[in-house]
Design a protein around this ligand. Structure first.
Ligand SMILES: *Cc1c(COP(=O)(O)O)cnc(C)c1O
Length: 374
């Protein structure tokens, strides 16, 4: 609790400090490359023959995904708090790379917790983190993946809180993390609103984003929540189908539980044991989901659905061929939903899809699935 209280107080102060907010705004422009473009996907729209599809290009942000928006925000905050060290968890390695980047930028030391199974699967990202000056600490307990890496990270933080800031990678964990990460990601929706007003002269009919922990989706949705005419759809990982039990669709297949400081929808058995998950995309492969999404689901403001592995793979290939953009497999889940919906809507409708990241990291994985040796 003292660590969380200290963080909440520092974050509240920083939000009112123009030195902090101006430094962050300058880095968003000159380092991350913001604003990211809102691109009208003309060929994809024509191919589907219905609603106009726009893509919010977070794939063009530095390090290739939206995660950098949050990592740079928290790194600056840690520096301001006088911390000397950043730690973080990572699954596929994207948040680890973003945090290592933030640490290099601010001159802080950096340790990244990663499950040994993930280390074996994501050797390229492990080396990227090392190049950026971070140490990668192997976690060989439990399922040896993301959940266990978060446990170890939180343990480290409570031991070393005087010197260390824990950079949570998504809108999860105890307060103030879900609020803080949402605020750092809300820049996505703020920009998208201005950009769609300029392009179409009105707000969009639909926003669609994939939901792992829920940070890129809430980042897009947040600034639009008060506009009732804008429908929002969060897309979870349907894996091999809900019936198979091999998925990460917490809203479709989970129930309320508590994990890692968060009360939310959770994939658990009748005794409250956390269930194993599966998704073709590592970034969506987690047993629970940010608590604000649980609220948005229960209030009915946001609709949640899922896309299965094969649907995401189909969207991955379709966007590559129609637009020359190779999307992340996570983002491909959001695209799969747009591909399902657009044909049934008339041409006046406008859909904005959050392209949360680029697919370079997934190329090898997709080749393996297709049985191609690289
Ligand atoms: C990590 C990741 C996600 C999932 O995380 P959220 O917090 O739900 O956004 C989605 N897309 C990409 C490209 C990612 O790297």
């Amino acid at each position: 609790m003292p660590a969380l209280s200290e963080l909440e107080a520092a974050y509240t102060t920083a939000g009112k400090d123009t030195v902090f907010t101006e430094e962050l705004a300058l880095l968003q422009t000159t380092y991350i490359g913001r604003p990211t473009p809102l691109y009208f996907a003309k060929r994809l729209t024509e191919r589907l023959g219905g609603a106009k599809i726009y893509l919010k290009r977070e794939d063009l942000a530095h390090t290739g995904a939206h995660k950098i928006n949050n990592a740079i925000g928290q790194a600056l905050l840690a520096k301001k708090m006088g911390k000397q060290r950043l730690i973080a968890e990572t699954g596929a390695g994207q948040h680890g790379v973003a945090t290592a980047t933030g640490a290099a930028l601010t001159g802080l030391s950096c340790d990244i917790y990663m499950g040994s199974d993930d280390i074996a699967r994501q050797s390229l990202n492990v080396f990227r983190m090392k190049l950026l000056g971070a140490r990668v600490i192997e976690v060989s307990t439990g399922s040896r993946t993301l959940k266990d890496a978060i446990n170890e990270g939180l343990r480290d933080w409570t031991t070393n809180v005087r010197t260390t800031h824990y950079v949570m990678g998504t809108v999860f964990g105890p307060h103030p993390f879900p609020m803080m990460v949402r605020d750092f990601q809300a820049v996505i929706g703020k920009e998208a609103k201005k950009q769609i007003m300029k392009a179409e002269g009105r707000l969009p009919d639909y926003l669609i984003a994939c939901v792992g922990g829920g940070s890129n989706s809430i980042g897009l949705f947040f600034d639009f929540l008060a506009h009732d005419s804008v429908r929002m759809i969060g897309v979870e990982a349907g894996g091999r189908g809900i019936a198979s039990g091999e998925h990460a669709a917490r809203f479709a297949g989970g129930s309320i539980g508590i994990l890692q400081g968060t009360k939310s929808y959770l994939l658990q058995d009748d005794d409250g044991n956390v269930l194993g998950t599966h998704s073709v995309s590592a970034g969506l492969d987690y047993a629970s989901v940010g608590p604000e999404h649980a609220f948005l689901k229960d209030s009915g403001r946001v609709e949640y659905t899922y896309a299965e592995d094969n649907e995401a793979l189909g969207a991955f290939e379709m966007l590559s061929r129609t637009e020359g953009i190779i999307p992340a497999l996570e983002s491909s889940h959001a695209l799969a939903e747009a591909i399902k919906r657009a044909p049934a809507l008339s041409k006046e409708y406008v859909i904005v899809v959050n392209l949360s990241g680029r697919g370079d990291k997934d190329v090898q994985h997709v080749a393996r699935i297709k049985g191609i040796e690289l």
